[in-house]
Every structure is written in structure tokens, then in C-alpha cells.
Design a protein around this ligand. Structure first.
Ligand code: PLP
Length: 423
């Protein structure tokens, strides 16, 4: 489909036949009927498309997968039970014990735990780099068992912006996969495949759903990487005995097929039809919402940066932000709704500020239509001392704000009256 992203948000993924429901029905069935055993055999041999068991594929999930593949301009997408399962399945599709992953330090806490604690138990090592490190420094981490480089477009929660060309040129030189978590930018603000990435993951639980209603994840295959005869990927170049001796590198969609045929099959971590349905509806308004989130956040950031009770603000639209230049280059349509700022005062002052908010609610979730806020030092990270907090890169006065789609004036007025309590 050659339509613009705004059009694809509402039109891609599903088109009914005469008399069928206008939006994809929730196909709440574990299995599918076939009167003809040859048809079923062709499905199992991957000779034809179709559904046989909802642990592998389901029509409602399929509609959402097609919509997100279209928005990202990839060749195939795979719906997973959560963002974390998407990152896990992607890694399991590419790595075996003894392999390693080169990963930005500045990533979502759940992904950081997966890479730093859980995967090493299975023999997959993770080598972390600072997003600001030079290409030469990052290159020293790559060896012939490195399977991919992983980073987030806009990192949660530090709000750094990825330097795509730095990583893309490294990956090109080493014939290495470049994997991007595009959750906080969404395909509306950034399309990683046009910037050198080969695979994209999403937590659809954030902006794609947009309503804090459904957990989900998505892996998108750009179809732009050559596995064939690439010595880095022997598992793509020899027959898969567990799947009729298939050689994935010979297929038009190598990664996507391997991921579904092996990892979705063996782990069962597919998205549920109900969650796919809710996320499909959410994506209808994604372009509209991302525009509003971004405009609101720009206004809020400008307001906060001029407030005497605010010590610092991290949002890349601000000319003083260290990622301003990268954001202008890679996020020209907007930078999303996530920001953080520091309150001039003690942890107690921060808590008083938080308690004084009326409209903006305290939540651990981010990136949905409602503005929400979190003070890690007095909630999620309250067991840490001030020194431990600083060592973890979380200033005791740091407040994380996810700007919603309410009227910007109302969001700013709420912040204003709560900041007055601190001053
Ligand atoms: C939330 C999040 C995840 C994890 O997604 P879940 O759906 O909560 O499992 C992964 N990456 C990023 C950037 C996130 O914000």
C-alpha cells in the first residue's frame, strides 16, 4: 500500500469481503476447521497461508500484525504476549549458548534485566555500551559470535535519542543485524528500516494500544538483511531438522519465518486475540495521538524549563538538550510524550509535589492518552539509598512525566499549582 502513514493507521491490516464485519472480529478460537487433509498438510509444510492453531497464528492477531508491518514498512510482523516476550523471542531466534549481543546501556529496565541477568544464565552474553560511545569503542565489543546490536530509538526512561547512522554503518561493515526497540517513537515519528535497522520490536502496551488497555509486543522483520551464506548466522544456513529441513536463509522472509516456526511454536508467547483487537483499534488513532502527545510535550517542556522550582528538564525539543541535534535529524515530526525533570528540593519536596497533582496521576505505566507521572526515589526505587540512586543514574529529585493528549493548558495548570507547593 502506497498510502501515507495516517491513512495506513486506519486502513491497513484488514479489508472485509462483502457481508463480513467492517472491523476484524475477535476470533476467539484455539483451532480451525479443514475438511480436506491435503489443505492441512500444505499449511504444515508452509506451502500455503492459513490458520490451524492459535498458538502459531490467529486471524485477529494477523490483522494487527499486517497493520504494524505496513506502518513500519517491513515484510512481516509477529504479535507477542508482551513487549518483554517480543525482545526475548527475538533473541532466542538469533542466539544460542556461546553467542553474544551488543546492547546500549540506556534501555528499558525490563530489557536490561533480561540481557544482564536472565540471558547469561542460558549462555548468551550481553556486552553493554554507552549510547554516547564512539563507533570505534562500540566496535571493540563485536566478535564473530555477536548476533545483533540492540538500542532504543528514544530510550526509556533516560530519553536519549539513538544515533542511527553510527550503528547502521557498524552493522553494515560487520554484516550484523541492527535491532531497534521503537516503542516510544512509534512508526509515526520514526521508521528505523529507512535508517539502516533490520528488525524492530515494540511494546504495543504503550502508544500503539494507547489506552492502557492491552498488553502486547510486536517483532517486525524489515526483510532487508541477507542471511544467505553469512558465516555469522549458521543457524539460518543449515536445515532446521525440527521443521522439515527448512533452510531459513533461502526463504523470502528468513527471520520472520524462523521466529514463528520455531520460537512462537515452542514458547507459545503469542498475543491473545482480545489484546490484538484492542490494539488494532488503538492504532486507528495513532497518527493523531502522536502529533498531540508531541505538541503537548514541547509546550510542557518549555514551561518547566522556565520554572524556578525546576532544576533541569530532559526533553529533546529543548535547544539545550544533549540529544536536540539527533532528534531534529531523526524525529522531525515530533518527539513523543516522555520527559523527565528534576525538582529543586529534597525527596520529601518531590513527594509533596506528587501528592499535590490532581489531573496527572501517579502510575508506573507510560505512553497512553492520560498524563501520568512517577517519582522513582519515593516509589519504584524507594529501597535504594541516595548514593545507590545516583549510581543507577536516577537522581533523587528525578520525576518521569508521560504527557497525555489532554489540553496542554490543563496539564500545565496542574503542574503549576503543584510546583507552587514546593516553592
Ligand atoms: C514497556 C517497554 C517494554 C516492555 O514491554 P511490556 O509490554 O511491558 O512487556 C520494552 N521496551 C520499552 C522501550 C518499553 O517502554
Amino acid at each position: 500500500m502506497n498510502y501515507k502513514p495516517e491513512t495506513r493507521c486506519v486502513q491497513a491490516g484488514y479489508r472485509p469481503e462483502t457481508g463480513e464485519s467492517r472491523i476484524p472480529p475477535i476470533c476467539q478460537s484455539t483451532t480451525f476447521f479443514y475438511g480436506d487433509s491435503q489443505k492441512m498438510a500444505d499449511l504444515f509444510d508452509l506451502k500455503s497461508d492459513g490458520f490451524f492453531y492459535s498458538r502459531l497464528a490467529n486471524p485477529t492477531v494477523d490483522a494487527l500484525e499486517k497493520k504494524i508491518a505496513s506502518l513500519e514498512e517491513g515484510v512481516c510482523a509477529i504479535g507477542c504476549a508482551s513487549g518483554m516476550s517480543a525482545v526475548t523471542l527475538l533473541t532466542m531466534t538469533l542466539c544460542r549458548a556461546g553467542d553474544n549481543v551488543v546492547c546500549a546501556k540506556e534501555i528499558y529496565g525490563g530489557s536490561f534485566n533480561l540481557f544482564s541477568v536472565t540471558l547469561p544464565k542460558f549462555g548468551v552474553e550481553c556486552r553493554f555500551f554507552d549510547v554516547n560511545a564512539s563507533a570505534e569503542e562500540i566496535e571493540t565489543l563485536i566478535d564473530d559470535r555477536t548476533k545483533f546490536i540492540f538500542a532504543e530509538t528514544i530510550a526509556n526512561p533516560v530519553i536519549s535519542v539513538l544515533d542511527f547512522s553510527k550503528i547502521a554503518s557498524l552493522c553494515e561493515r560487520h554484516r550484523l543485524l541492527f535491532v531497534v526497540d521503537n516503542t516510544l517513537a512509534t512508526p509515526i515519528l520514526c521508521r528505523p528500516f529507512s535508517l539502516g535497522a533490520h528488525l524492530v520490536v515494540h511494546s504495543t502496551s504503550k502508544y500503539l494500544d494507547g489506552h492502557a488497555a492491552a498488553l502486547g509486543g510486536m517483532i517486525v522483520d524489515g526483510g532487508n538483511f541477507v542471511f544467505k551464506d553469512n558465516p555469522r548466522y549458521p543457524d539460518f544456513n543449515r536445515p532446521d531438522e525440527s521443521y522439515h529441513g527448512l533452510v531459513y536463509a533461502d526463504l523470502p522472509v528468513a527471520f520472520g519465518t524462523k521466529c514463528r516456526a520455531q520460537m512462537i511454536r515452542d514458547t507459545g508467547a503469542i498475543m491473545s486475540p482480545q489484546n490484538a483487537f484492542l490494539t488494532f483499534l488503538g492504532c486507528d488513532t495513532l497518527a493523531l495521538r502522536m502529533e498531540r502527545h508531541s505538541r503537548n510535550a514541547e509546550k510542557v517542556a518549555a514551561y518547566l524549563s522556565g520554572h524556578p522550582a525546576v532544576e533541569w528538564v530532559k526533553y529533546p525539543s529543548l535547544p539545550s538538550d544533549p540529544y536536540h541535534r539527533l532528534a531534529e535529524k531523526y524525529l522531525p515530526k515530533g518527539m513523543g510524550g516522555m520527559m523527565s525533570f528534576g525538582i529543586r528540593g529534597s525527596v520529601k519536596d518531590c513527594a509533596r509535589f506528587m501528592e499535590s497533582l490532581h489531573l496527572i496521576t501517579q502510575e508506573t505505566h507510560v505512553a497512553d492518552v492520560r498524563s501520568c507521572i512517577l517519582h522513582p526515589a519515593s516509589t519504584t526505587h524507594r529501597q535504594l539509598s541516595e548514593q545507590d540512586l545516583i549510581a543507577a543514574g536516577i537522581a533523587p529529585n528525578l520525576v518521569r512525566l508521560s504527557v497525555g493528549i489532554e489540553h496542554a493548558d490543563d496539564i500545565i495548570a496542574d503542574l503549576e499549582q503543584a510546583l507552587a507547593v514546593v516553592r
